[in-house]
Write a protein of this length. Structure first.
Ligand SMILES: NC(=O)c1ccc[n+]([C@@H]2O[C@H](COP(=O)([O-])OP(=O)(O)OC[C@H]3O[C@@H](n4cnc5c(N)ncnc54)[C@H](O)[C@@H]3O)[C@@H](O)[C@H]2O)c1
Length: 350
């Protein structure tokens, strides 16, 4: 039985916690710099409590750690966890900069179990899309959108956001691009491979220090093109669920089209994600309507299975690094006002 340590007891940790609970993996040690946050989780599971992650990593009974602290702390914690020989499931984004993510990828490449928690790969609809794409020929184009509702366009931002450096800039490395857009960049990378070059545009409103809109064209190795946009937008009823959550990918290939619609990230048990497949030859349209599931729970269960079976984590540290490198290139391209070739500061080892 895999014994779990949890580092970071904030917002996102609840999905990891319930994932372990459902999988029957005991949470035996929890850590947060806020002792009351760690204690609240520890009380539920009879776990040990630390306010310093190094104490948790020194615990010989911990086999695997979930890193659910802020992205700005991921590099330091992940490197220490790998150094201590602990298996790691790290929340996305892998870190808050491409340099830091390259460091984590290099350390993880030595072979200790490591997964970057891009949970949207675990929607059954996303997995079906990946399976269908193996038999759909070459990708011609992808239209990818991650729009999330926000009042930032119409209402002055709260002090916590408008006093630079904002919490978003400090702890997530930016605004909607790392926070929301990263998920869709991960799906693009999973479906189509990494881009070879890109052209990015980023909108940072006056008085703020983070992006609320980012767009990019990304060129794929075999000539396909990706139109990517992410936005904290004001349209409260937009999207598949009519709740402002408007996230979709249209993938056009030489043999057909896929349309994937995801559901609101923190209420995934209300609706199932939807996949529509149009066969290019016959014109037949097939809708894959799956029951609503929580992809965080599927992600935890699958990575526990992989760890116990001696298989690598999924998505990998490499996958996490790739997304952060694409984000860094979108920001660089926007700043320079030109197309930038992808320059990989880490190379994938076989
Ligand atoms: N998968 C998703 O859709 C999704 C959604 C939201 C957030 N996230 C990711 O989850 C991570 C956490 O975000 P959050 O929204 O839960 O933030 P949060 O602020 O709610 O929680 C972070 C917790 O980590 C603690 N912490 C910070 N530094 C620490 C350290 N050095 N050691 C121990 N604890 C520390 C904080 O005290 C806090 O309790 C981020 O990387 C974020 O990008 C992912």
């Amino acid at each position: 039985m895999t014994r779990i340590g949890l580092i970071g007891c904030g917002n996102i940790s609840r999905f990891h916690i319930t994932g372990y609970e459902l999988a029957g993996a005991p949470i035996i040690h929890v850590c947060d710099v806020r002792p009351e946050a760690a204690q609240a989780v520890a009380d539920r599971y009879g776990a040990r409590v630390s306010t310093d992650y190094r104490a948790l990593l020194d615990d010989p009974e911990v086999d695997l750690v979930s890193v659910t602290a802020l992205s700005s702390a991921h590099r330091e914690i992940c490197l220490a966890a790998l150094d201590a020989g602990k298996a790691v499931i790290c929340e996305k984004t892998l870190t808050d900069t491409a340099d830091a993510s390259a460091d984590v990828y290099r350390a993880a490449a030595a072979g200790t179990f490591f997964a970057t928690a891009y949970m949207k790969r675990f929607f059954p609809a996303a997995q079906k899309a990946k399976e269908l794409l193996t038999d759909m020929g070459q990708i011609i184009s992808i239209y990818a959108r991650s729009w999330q509702p926000s009042d930032l366009w119409n209402t002055p931002p709260s002090q916590i956001l408008s006093n630079p450096p904002s919490r978003l800039r400090l702890h997530y490395g930016g605004g909607v691009l790392p926070c929301g857009g990263s998920h869709i960049l991960d799906l693009i990378h999973w479906f189509a491979g990494p881009p070879v070059s890109l052209c990015g545009q980023v909108y940072v409103p006056e008085g703020l220090d983070f992006d609320i809109q980012a767009n990019a064209l990304l060129w794929l190795e075999d000539g396909g093109i990706v139109h990517f946009e992410t936005c904290w937008h004001p349209l409260a009823y937009a999207g598949y669920e009519r709740n402002g959550w408007d996230e979709r990918l249209e993938v056009n290939t030489t043999q057909g089209r896929l349309d994937l619609y995801t559901v609101k990230w923190d209420e995934p048990e209300r609706n199932g994600a939807l996949l529509v497949h149009q066969d290019g030859k016959s014109g037949q349209v097939t809708e894959y309507r799956y029951r609503a599931v929580n992809p965080f729970h599927l992600e935890i269960a699958e990575n526990l299975r992989r760890f116990e079976a001696g298989e690598p984590g999924f998505p990998s540290a490499w996958d996490g690094y790739v997304v952060d490198e694409i984000i860094a290139h979108i920001y660089a391209s926007a700043e320079q006002g030109r197309v930038v070739p992808m320059r990989w500061r880490a190379k994938e080892s076989a």
